[in-house]
Design a protein around this ligand. Structure first.
Ligand SMILES: [Mg+2]
Length: 271
């Protein structure tokens, strides 16, 4: 959850200004800020913790941030009275779903929760699969599966080619907002990484939809490696308190400790 948010913030300044290397500095750029990936991750967590209708939580959270980098079709849905899904196969289904992987108590429940928050907008089979794949990877890693086991299970079940490296993908990768074009490369970054920061750096280095790639890679890597306190605190300092409050309740529901060192106080003494 917070790994997705960290990835979104780190990647935010590279979505329209892509880079092709991992050793960019600083990790969190001065102008890096949360975008749609963070807002909807929080909205999914809110829906799953509160039991509210995901349509209601997406609209309530999303409309509070009109300039968050929304995709065109989602923006039309968000700011209209429309409540029906619109057949999307976009990567939005996958970037927001990580709370399902944390809150579900077994794999069946994880997949059911992923579907519940996905089909309300992204009812195309590729999007349902993309959300399930990310939620399943989060669940498997947080229940201590190895990277080889996750690569096999996810590759086989969803038909994704995960037997590649970020270095092999990078030269041929173009901006791609589909689930099928985003989820496999983001998973490769999390599978190949040595740490959560490494996964986020690899995802940004692919170019393309950098914040969403990094949100997915960061979400999965967090479940595998955890989120270092300094990285968690940097992300927490860049989101508003109502989002932190939802995250505290979501980690509590998952029976997991929220990453970061100063959870009860404002982590940024300057604000
Ligand atoms: Mg974004």
């Amino acid at each position: 959850m917070l790994g997705a948010i960290a990835g979104d913030i780190v990647g935010s300044i590279y979505e329209f200004d892509p880079i092709d290397h991992e050793d960019f500095e600083p990790l969190f750029g001065e102008d890096a800020t949360f975008t749609d990936d963070t807002i909807l991750t929080v909205a999914v967590a809110d829906a799953l913790v509160s039991g509210r209708d995901p349509v209601e939580t997406f609209k309530a959270w999303g409309r509070g941030f009109p300039n968050a980098g929304w995709g065109g079709m989602f923006a039309r849905w968000l700011f209209s009275d429309e409540t029906a899904p619109y057949g999307s196969f976009g990567n939005g289904a996958a970037m927001r779903v990580s709370p399902a992987g944390w809150i579900g108590r077994d794999l069946d429940e994880v997949l059911a929760l992923a579907d519940r928050v996905t089909v309300v907008t992204h009812d195309h089979p590729d999007a349902v699969d993309g959300a399930r794949a990310v939620a399943e990877a989060v669940y498997r890693f947080r229940t201590r599966a190895t990277a080889d086991a996750v690569r096999d299970a996810i590759g086989r079940r969803y038909g994704y080619d995960l037997d590649r490296t970020a270095a092999q993908i990078r030269p041929h990768y173009d901006f791609d907002e589909t689930c099928r074009g985003t989820v496999p490369p983001a998973l490769v970054c999390a599978l190949e990484a040595r740490s959560t920061e490494d996964a986020i750096r690899k995802a940004v280095s692919l170019g393309g939809d950098a914040d969403t790639l990094a949100a997915i890679a960061g979400a999965v890597a967090e479940a595998r490696f955890g989120l270092p306190t300094d990285l968690a605190n940097e992300a927490l300092a860049r989101i508003p308190e109502p989002m932190r409050d939802v995250l505290r309740r979501a980690y509590a529901r998952a029976g997991a400790a929220m990453p970061g060192g100063t959870q009860d106080a404002d982590p940024d003494p300057a604000t």
